[in-house]
Design a protein around this ligand. Sequence first.
Ligand code: GLA
Length: 540
Amino acid sequence: MKGKKRLIGLALVLQGLGAWAEGTMPCATRLYSLPGQQFMHKLVTHAGETVTAVDFGPVTTLSLRDDRLHVGNRYKYVAGLAPAEEGEYSYTVHLRDAKGKDSEVKVQLTVSRFLQSPTPSMVWLTWNWFAREISHHKMVEIAHGMERCGLIKAGFKTILLDDAWAMPTSDKAALTYDPEKFPQGIAGLKSAIREVNSELRLGIYSDAGTMTCESYQPGSYLYESQHLALFDSWGVDMLKYDFCNSEASSRESYSRMGKAIDELNTRRRAEGGIPFVYNVCEWGSTQPWLWGAEAGGSSWRTTSDAREDWVGNNSRPGVLAGVDETRRLWMYAGVNRFNDLDMMCIGLHGLGGPSNNTAYHMSNGGVIRGLTDAQARTQMSLWCMLARPLSLTCDLRDAPRAEANDGAPLPYPLITAADVATLTHAGIIAINQDPLGQQAEYMEAVSTGADYSGEGYDVYLKDLSGGRFALAVTNRSQEEMEGIQLPLADLYLGTGRWTCRDVWSGTEVMVRGTLSTGRLSPCETRVYLLTPKGRKKSQW
Ligand code: GLA
């Protein structure tokens, strides 16, 4: 402890002399928290660098922990309670590289009750079912469907109008809604969905370029404040901001809108309103996890549009490819800063379109092939484990029709009881919405140094509030898998006893040493909630 204090003292002297270079870290350095809430920040360094100390300044409730240096993904981390008072805080991470050169990184911590999205947003979007064919009437029917299926109660509280809600024109100054689709205007739509359920909110879509991705309606670049004022005047509370036909760099474009949203939120707060939420939809091409928070967003797409496929590939990511591509971005997620994996395909049953390209029945002799129930549960499990925004796009109407496709006859009911059970499962949603805001780490076994994919499965571990963990095991293959024995010491789970609840089935057992999964069905993900047993309540 003494040595540590001396090191921090020395750090401060050197910093005062301006002796340390400004460094960088491959992890989030712009953090957020609600006041007094449990907080965690994983300090991942460049290869060969170590964290020598953290100078917390006046923040007395956080400390540097080093108990993960020899397990799992190996890093030091900051944990504790965020300051109880709202405000802008910072702390300085001191680093030393392999040659003994020192540098420092300043971390900014905003503590506020008025964060855009402290936990991942839960939204229903129009795009992959309705495409351009959206209307007031259909949205009201969707609101009723959300109510009927229990989705609003489960936490899905926003309906977002994706591309093609506006009058088709390229004149940015003339942006307005299409009165044929929305005869009562967007404000009228908001009132109508709130009559269905007063908790419902409305989101909208625009683009940082000349035109949206459909090249159908104008984008908002250089018209950010004007367009945002319009959305605000209609009672809109969220923006999905796309990046087709762009006119400037992604960072500049998104920062311009971010600044406008920041100003709007300052006003909303003063007036007792709710925060406006900003989703950056740049598809991962310029690594928005490095700048999305700084540009004012609270989530950013990390891949191109998700496809209703088990595997897919990088440009057309199915369930596995999308997750594989982004599972090592866990150190960039946190409260109010989430990596977005696009809309889930649950409930599309092979009939979605157009980005989903799920209309396999057209190229498949009319045979409808969507995700199986196990694949759908895996999609939900992984989106929750990875703290992804939960976005839906399935047709929840009483009498669904394949709008975006060829009007082919649909199975009835389209949304099955299994879909609803998957999408409203309180246990899995609680993992997504855990207030610590951590994305599950893609795990490597300490004993072998390798991940588990060579064995045909993946292991994910998510830090939860209260010193709990969620552990997921995904069977990647389309074959049944023998039971897996997971030594807990290979993860962060040591030798203690854990209450282990199988989240999907609800069964609970006590584990110590090794966790046995039992047989896994094809493409199944088993998710466990692990609560420490008989140990000091918490590390916080
Ligand atoms: C892009 C986005 C999609 C959708 C369409 C609309 O492809 O990634 O999610 O918004 O544009 O045109």
